[in-house]
Design a protein around this ligand. Structure first.
Ligand code: HEM
Length: 211
């Protein structure tokens, strides 16, 4: 009897935990993000803010600084890896449904969120492309951690390095500004509206019907 009780309790624990772990499927559903989208999202956050901080710092260094060469090398290597990652991210986004917005969010807010998401994708693409066009302007390939190189392709745009540098700088600022607004909106949903918008990007929306 007590064995049966224990096994019933175990069964119900397992079903609770499997309900919660259903959020850990790889693909998105109409109601929740899969783990691939969640992983891609948080790695993007980490890498983009880190590249921004490193980029901002490295352009102030002088030739005699020990980090004058290593930091741009790391910035460019990680940037190129992010570009490959970004292509996969866009493909994954197109191949998966986007979870429906949480109930109670107005049409205007939903539209604003969609515009912000498209803006983020576009800005990431522009920052990556302009970044690539700076060191390759003179026909030099970009080395990725000395493991492989991405060759220069476009080299003849007018004052290419300067113009690409300008675009890279200001679109990177705009990207980090918009990403910060996007983060602030997610925190507002979590702490003020108290809905599942942020929780489901953390893989835990316990109240969502399919969790
Ligand atoms: C989302 C990814 C990236 C972000 C957020 C980012 C951010 C930045 C920032 C904030 C700066 C400083 C700009 C300034 O104040 O003048 C910078 C500089 C630079 N970045 Fe990036 N970057 C990214 C990707 C890349 C990539 C993929 C490359 C090249 C393969 C690259 C190459 C460079 C170079 C060469 C500079 C120095 C520009 C100069 O000396 O004027 N970046 N980056």
């Amino acid at each position: 009897m007590s064995n049966q009780l224990a096994s019933n309790e175990k069964g119900s624990d397992e079903s609770e935990s499997s309900k919660k772990n259903m959020g850990l499927r790889p693909r998105n559903t109409e109601r929740s993000y899969g783990w691939v989208a969640i992983l891609l999202h948080w790695l993007d956050v980490l890498v983009i803010f880190s590249l921004f901080a490193v980029g901002w710092y490295m352009v102030e260094l002088t030739y005699y600084d020990a980090l004058y060469k290593p930091l741009p090398f790391i910035h460019q290597s990680v940037g190129i890896l992010l570009a490959g990652w970004f292509v996969f991210r866009v493909a994954w986004r197109l191949a998966n449904p986007s979870p429906e917005p949480e109930p109670g969010i107005s049409a205007v807010q939903n539209l604003a969120a969609k515009v912000a998401h498209i803006g983020l994708y576009l800005m990431i693409a522009i920052v990556l492309l302009s970044g690539y066009l700076i060191p390759t302007a003179e026909g030099v390939a970009v080395s990725v951690f000395d493991i492989f190189s991405v060759p220069a392709t476009i080299t003849s745009l007018p004052t290419q390095a300067d113009n690409a540098g300008w675009v890279h700088r200001y679109v990177a600022y705009a990207l980090v500004g918009l990403a910060s607004l996007h983060a602030a909106a997610a925190l507002k949903h979590h702490f003020i509206n108290r809905d599942n918008t942020l929780r489901r990007m953390l893989g835990r929306s316990d109240t969502s019907p399919d969790q």
